[in-house]
Design a binder for this molecule. Structure first.
Ligand SMILES: Cc1cc2nc3c(=O)[nH]c(=O)nc-3n(C[C@H](O)[C@H](O)[C@H](O)COP(=O)(O)OP(=O)(O)OC[C@H]3O[C@@H](n4cnc5c(N)ncnc54)[C@H](O)[C@@H]3O)c2cc1C
Length: 568
């Protein structure tokens, strides 16, 4: 597969392209490198069952994306090979079985096992090619420009990027022309059995737990979504993030985040297409509030995640304020389950649990409520819940934004606390958003929809919902809780040198749960449920755990933040 300028391939060149994020054929330079002059290409995705927190909705998104990728490759006579196991164990066997000489993959800025895999490949005489395409810029280069340190302000990042010029243009999409070499014979039937994309059940997920299929995964859906957004010139040019509405019944921002997270959509493709739209217009909004500005926020947190040790935790994170957060499992559960008694907060958490996506300012509201606002619970707990429930859960972006919202890093106007009552009212006085996600409250008059506990008993009876019986009383009193927490925050900040040492605490595992897979790893339950089913004979042993047999080897083919602060 793949050909030289004179149309020849090297019979000895056998590539594996390792998909993790970057689940696409467009702007995928590592995939193109794999195809170049290549006699046989194995597009590979490894499902790693070691650990992870992703919920069913996110799994569905990933499986959609893998099926879409397989469909696109199939149209060119190739297929996606899905193999389960740990990359360190999988690769040596694949190298041997497939006679691999070249391994390509996209640079991952998150802590990962890439260095181990690269070493392992080199030991097997396999050449490794890595290409940057998940971010607009090469974060290593940006860090090097800043003496190895991550910029801690958006403006700081902007000035570094200005010295690098605009982001690179997207690489050409992989087409049949890139795959012109001799094709391996794909046995379509055995391919599905041995390397097919598994189902949710096969991953130990309960398919009845998924919510409405609002954002189907995959490159095709990503490009269709981008395409239709790019037709809305006026909207794109007027886009100012703080003016979009968290309470809108249909999304008021792009919802491209799950596609960017999994790399179904290239950020460079998004950037340059938007640039074209801007070019034709006299005026358009600017960073940090414009859509280009949003992509720079993404870049900001990726760079921070790549440059700051222990970015996703408090201890050992040198930029993170050290706070003595409370341990209150009951409050944490109430927040997670949308049972705080504050309808705005509970509606957001319900939308998150069922649909897997919530507006940025809705994230602000619930994150502030959990941490410095009301419950004084560690941002790391919120991060874990988001990691499970968000379709776009992204290691760098999730940690960076939780650090920000909890007042632990980047953001210093900690005294601006979102009111769980007043904030939602700003854009939705009647509470339509609450009525949609909390139908138990749908018949409350607008006057009480944000504070149903204040409604007289007769009003509650008329609405068919007694607070304390059908819907909880508030778990804290916002006024008193936020005042107390403000004092605690001031005290934490006042402590001299309240920054964590750079050392990683010894009890932590060496890697965060996001590893080689873009969905982090499979949940712990996955391995055991799958094993259990296998034992019951419901799944073929090969399908779940096997690596390829040599025979198969031939088959290769608001409170709106004040304007003086940088708004994110
Ligand atoms: C506590 C908290 C946790 C978050 N966790 C995540 C996460 O895990 N994954 C994630 O993608 N975003 C996260 N965000 C950032 C932001 O809320 C989402 O990126 C955004 O709401 C996604 O919707 P959209 O695609 O419609 O965004 P748009 O407004 O349409 O923006 C376009 C793209 O810009 C990027 N972007 C926008 N805002 C931010 C931001 N603040 N930081 C970084 N990138 C941004 C995203 O890639 C987004 O898709 C978090 C925000 C908060 C407050």
């Amino acid at each position: 597969m793949g050909s030289t300028a004179n149309g020849e391939t090297h019979p000895s060149l056998h590539s594996i392209h390792w998909f993790r994020k970057g689940l696409r054929l467009h702007d995928n330079p590592a995939l193109l490198a794999a195809a170049t002059d290549c006699h046989r290409l194995h597009p590979l995705f490894i499902l790693d069952p070691s650990s992870g927190r992703a919920g069913t909705n996110a799994w569905r998104f990933l499986l959609d994306a893998l099926r879409d990728l397989d469909r696109s490759l199939r149209e060119m006579g190739s297929r996606l090979f899905v193999v389960q196991g740990c990359p360190e164990e999988v690769f040596p066997r694949l190298f041997h079985a497939w006679g691999t000489t070249r391994l390509t993959f996209e640079v991952d800025t998150e802590p990962s096992r890439d260095a181990t895999v690269a070493e392992l490949a080199e030991r097997h005489g396999v050449k490794v090619i890595r290409e940057v395409s998940h971010t607009l810029y090469d974060t290593e280069r940006v860090l090097a420009l800043n003496n190895g340190k991550a910029p801690l302000t958006y403006k700081g990042l902007q000035s570094l990027l200005a010295s690098l010029g605009p982001p690179e243009k997207p690489a050409p999409t992989l087409t049949l022309e890139h795959l012109q070499g001799e094709h391996g014979v794909v046995d379509w039937v055995s391919h599905d059995t041995e390397y097919g994309v598994p189902t949710l059940e096969e991953l130990g997920q309960d398919p009845t737990e998924v919510g409405p299929h609002l954002y189907p995964g995959g490159e095709t859906a990503a490009l269709a979504r981008l395409n239709s957004l790019m037709d809305r010139t006026a909207w794109l040019c007027d886009f100012k993030k703080p003016e979009t509405e968290p309470t809108s019944l249909s999304p008021s921002t792009t919802v491209l985040s799950p596609y960017l997270k999994f790399g179904c959509l290239s950020v460079r493709t998004f950037w340059w297409w938007l640039d074209e739209v801007y070019q034709g217009q006299r005026e358009h909004s600017q960073p940090p509030v414009s859509l280009h500005g949003q992509l720079l926020w993404r870049e900001f947190f990726y760079t921070a995640g790549a440059g700051i040790p222990n970015f996703d935790r408090m201890v050992g994170n040198p930029v993170c304020l050290q706070v003595n957060w409370d341990n209150n499992p009951q409050h944490l559960r109430a927040w997670r389950e949308g049972q705080t008694g504050y309808p705005f907060i509970d509606a957001i958490m319900t939308q998150l649990r069922t649909e897997g996506w919530i507006h940025h300012l809705a994230r602000h509201a619930v994150a502030c409520f959990l941490t410095r606002g009301d419950l004084w619970i560690s941002w790391e707990e919120g991060l874990k819940v988001f990691e499970e429930l968000l379709l776009d859960a992204d290691w760098s972006l999730n940690a960076g934004n939780w650090l920000w919202l909890s007042g632990s890093a980047f953001f210093h106007r900690y005294f601006h606390i979102y009111s769980p009552v007043a904030f939602g009212k700003k854009t939705d006085r009647d509470g339509a958003y609450i009525r949609k996600y909390l139908p138990v409250l749908k018949d409350f008059p607008a006057k009480y929809i944000y504070e149903p506990w204040k409604a007289p008993r007769a009003v509650q009876e008329q609405a068919g919902c007694l607070v304390g019986t059908h819907y909880p009383q508030p778990i804290v009193e916002h006024g008193a809780a936020s005042k107390r927490n403000l004092g605690r925050m001031k005290a934490a900040r006042a402590q001299k040198g309240n920054k964590s040492p750079r050392r990683r605490p010894p009890h932590r595992p060496p890697l965060p749960p996001t590893g080689e897979n873009c969905l982090a790893h499979a949940p712990a339950a996955f391995y055991s449920v799958a094993k259990h089913r296998e034992n019951r004979g419901e799944l073929s042993r090969k399908r779940l755990f096997s690596l390829p047999r040599p025979a198969a080897a031939a088959g290769g083919k608001a409170i709106i933040p004040p304007s003086s602060a940088t708004i994110q």
